[in-house]
Design a protein around this ligand. Structure first.
Ligand SMILES: [Zn+2]
Length: 67
């Protein structure tokens, strides 16, 4: 057998940077890579980049909102 059947994707798609990363955490239904997680933690809430994080994190919604 060839290695073609090995994992086709190197990890999961990060909700923040939208790249496939191997290491990260699961937050509700989404995946956040280690780098983004650290950045998020170390970004001040008044920093412009924080708004970007919030925008990306809005993808995290509870299913109840549709009911
Ligand atoms: Zn990321």
């Amino acid at each position: 057998m060839s290695s073609l059947f090995a994992h086709s994707q190197p990890g999961e798609s990060c909700v923040i940077c939208e790249e496939f990363k191997e290491k990260g955490i699961h937050l509700y239904t989404v995946f956040i890579c280690t780098e983004c997680e650290k950045e998020l933690i170390h970004t001040e809430t008044n920093h412009p980049k924080y708004k970007y994080f919030l925008k990306q994190l809005k993808k995290i919604t509870t299913p109840e909102i549709f009911s």
